[in-house]
Design a protein around this ligand. Structure first.
Ligand code: GCV
Length: 714
């Protein structure tokens, strides 16, 4: 009996030991198992000198001590001076200057938020120094150092000097005050507004830690489809409680501003930005906010877009609206982030062109503390879009990037899709604005023009699910955004490598296989959902799953036939000079590479051209055959992903392995669903047979059309 109990206990204990629920994200700090490496690490980190008593330095010290202690299974001894080899010294340059003098060049290179990590000799003792100009820099340096240990790097000759490429490294939450999250697939909002400010969920601190670990320093707490209630004194106190905590991790809080707030809550008859009473209302509101939150970041605004109020309601321009708010926050060093995601119901113009038409005439008219936030593409976070033409067209305007981490159009909560390749693809795109090499990256970081502010935002995929992001692999997109906001050149492979090592396992075999899955994942979903430049084929409203047949909606550009334009002659949106001429919004060199269907990169073919079903593709197939090839290959590749994952069981804890296994099965079924729906539907126009060798869809088009998802999340 005793023996049976013991075996049972062992089994149970083992399961507990390995249970992982994803809550710790990439900050798991697992013990170093390799004994050689462990003793090497221990020899370099036995004592810790960490002067400084600010809140931020407290966060850094706590993280460093707990991370090192967990990984090395030994707590570094607190010290005041260097007495032995293996002393780790962390603190701002001024705080540690009696122990170590940091070079002026290093400090210059690190700037306000960057840091320096060096292996040095002090009193002939081998030490490691983590230092910076600011406590924030030391915090980022501490996380970087922990990452070196987590990813099992050598730390015997460190020579790191790094500074963030962007100032605003930001998350945008589309979180409503009732805790629903627009386009959120990971439960309810992380912000428990009802219980704030007295009840401070432990998640708030862990959220801040995760952000700081990748350098994210700003967060917009509320949905761009804004609710004015957030600006009431009661809610501002709740915001202040979060801001007080986030500040200790170097994070500034922003809010979305509902443009009509002066009417809705201020009782004014108008929200006209040129009305002095309206201007005064916003100034007073800003003063009130800054009294509570001295480092409040400012406002993010969605105006005159998808039903949101804005300056155009009063025949004013976006610049009038943005500048009015900018003037209200300027005395407090606040910023206004004004979104360029606008398209009008009344304008019968290709939606692709509308933001450009609206904003380019306003170039140079925005205040210095205004940033225009532009989505990566002109339509709406499609799985693939050419870069937004605004990036090449507003040389006198500060533009920041808006990426979407939540996978609204990329499989939502069920799909494994690593987005770093999408982000890099946009950042590397050449706008040709100032000649060759004028990449979107350079527009964003301001290297093509002088500007006061720059930044990048990611619409988050965070909710109150235990693992924060729903799909265990979705965390990687939050991580990727952070890494790219710090350094837009980091390649997706490195991001995946780091994230996997910290989140799952450092085993080489696991890493090689999983990295491949991640790096190919966006290509796979493109192939089985919206290949060759097809876009916006999703279900009406929920955007979940395929529905290329949607031809009715509240507005033409919310239907799908608007985008694919399939007919008996062919498929695709003619955006060349003979069509909507959206292509004319790009520089001549860019136009040249896309305007000819014979030479246009096939990934954008149907984005810019209406192509005949019999058109010969580079592969030698006709367009129809190629379309089928893409859909079938994409679905087939999903099957391979499942097979590859199945081989990795021994490397992954039981819970997450099973979770991902099930999700991959869902995704595979979705791939088949996408493939069959699209092929069957487009076949009604091409009137061509599915090429030989491909299995025929087992369900009819009518069946796929009949599917309904009234309770799809998001
Ligand atoms: C927050 C798309 C989404 C909307 C979102 C909008 C935006 O249209 O479907 O949910 O609204 O983009 O970015 O403002």
């Amino acid at each position: 009996m005793k023996k049976i109990f013991f075996v049972f206990f062992l089994f149970f204990y083992n399961n507990i030991l390995h249970a992982e629920n994803g809550y710790d994200l990439w900050l798991r700090y697992l013990p170093v198992e390799n004994q050689l490496l462990l003793s090497e690490y221990r020899s370099h980190i036995s004592a810790l000198i960490f002067p400084g008593n600010t809140a931020i330095s407290g966060s850094a010290r706590e993280e460093l001590v707990s991370g090192i202690t967990a990984m090395l299974k030994k707590k570094p001894v607190p010290a005041e001076s260097v007495l032995s080899n293996g002393t780790l010294i962390a603190g701002t340059a001024s705080r540690i200057e009696k122990i170590y003098k940091v070079s002026a060049d290093d400090l210059k290179a690190a700037g306000e938020e960057g840091f320096i990590i060096r292996s040095v000799l002090i009193n002939n003792r081998k030490c490691i120094v983590i230092t910076a100009n600011s406590d924030k820099g030391v915090l980022y340096g501490s996380f970087y150092f922990l990452r070196l240990l987590q990813t099992r790097q050598a730390i015997n000759s460190l020579k790191v000097v790094t500074a963030p490429q962007l100032q605003l490294r930001m998350l945008n939450h589309w979180d409503n005050l009732n805790r629903t999250v627009e386009r959120g697939y990971a439960g309810f909002s992380n912000w428990n507004w009802h219980m704030l400010p007295t009840y401070m969920d432990k998640r708030y601190r862990d959220y801040a830690r995760a952000n700081a670990s990748v350098g994210i320093n700003s967060t917009v707490l509320t949905n761009v489809n804004a609710n004015a209630t957030i600006l009431t004194p009661e809610y501002l106190r709740k915001v202040a409680a979060l801001a007080d905590l986030f500040r200790t991790y170097g994070i500034r809080v922003f809010l979305t501003a509902r443009f009509s707030a002066p009417v809705e809550m201020g009782g004014l008859p108008t929200a006209d930005p040129l009305d002095p009473a309206v201007q005064q209302w916003w100034k007073n509101k800003a003063d009130e906010i800054y009294k509570l939150i001295p480092d409040f970041g400012g406002f993010l605004v969605k105006a005159n877009s998808e039903g949101q109020p804005g300056p155009q309601n009063y025949n004013r321009t976006h610049a009038d609206g943005a500048n009015m708010l900018a003037d209200a926050v300027a005395p407090h060093k606040g910023i206004v982030i004004w979104r360029a995601f606008v398209y009008s119901n009344e304008v019968p113009e290709d939606r692709h062109k509308q933001a450009y038409n609206e904003f380019v005439p306003l170039d140079g008219k925005f205040r210095q503390n205004v940033l225009i936030q532009v989505k990566n593409g002109a339509i709406d976070f499609m799985p693939r879009e050419p870069f937004h033409p605004l990036f090449g067209a507003m040389p006198k305007t500060q533009m920041m990037m808006e990426f979407q981490l939540t996978q609204e159009y990329l499989g939502q909560g069920t799909s494994l899709v690593f987005l770093a390749p999408l982000f890099r693809e946009t950042l590397e795109s050449d706008t040709w604005r100032n000649g060759k090499g004028s990449t979107v990256e350079k527009v964003i970081d301001g290297s093509l023009q002088t500007q006061t502010f720059n930044g990048m935002a990611g619409v988050t995929n965070i909710g109150n699910d235990i693992n924060w992001c729903g799909h265990p692999f979705a965390q990687a997109n939050w991580y990727a955004l952070g890494r790219l906001t710090w350094d837009m050149k980091v390649i997706p492979e490195q991001i995946a490598d780091e994230w996997l090592k910290m989140t799952f396992s450092v085993e080489e075999k696991f890493l090689a296989a999983t990295k491949k899955i991640m790096l190919e994942s966006r290509d796979v979903i493109l192939q089985y959902s919206m290949p060759m430049g097809l876009h916006h084929l999703i279900t009406y409203g929920s955007h979940y799953g395929p529905a290329p047949w949607v031809d009715k909606g509240a507005r033409p550009d919310w239907t799908n036939v608007y985008y694919h334009k399939a007919d008996s002659a062919g498929i695709g949106f003619n955006r060349t000079a003979s069509g909507s001429n959206a292509i004319g919004q790009y520089a001549p060199e860019v136009q040249q590479s896309w305007s000819n269907p014979e030479t246009c990169d096939e990934k954008y073919l149907l984005w810019f051209h209406h192509i005949s079903w019999t058109h010969k593709m580079k592969s030698g197939r006709t367009l129809w055959e190629e379309l089928c090839y893409q859909y079938y290959t994409g679905a087939e590749r999903m099957k391979n992903v499942q097979n590859e994952w199945a081989k990795l069981k021994i490397y992954v804890d039981k819970d997450r392995f099973e979770q991902v296994t099930m999700l991959l099965q869902v995704q595979y079924e979705e791939a088949i669903w996408w493939r069959n729906s699209c092929v069957l539907y487009f076949q009604t126009f091409s009137k061509m047979a599915i090429p030989a060798g491909y299995e025929k869809p087992d369900k009819t088009l009518e069946y796929y059309k009949s599917l309904k998802f009234p309770f799809a999340p998001g």
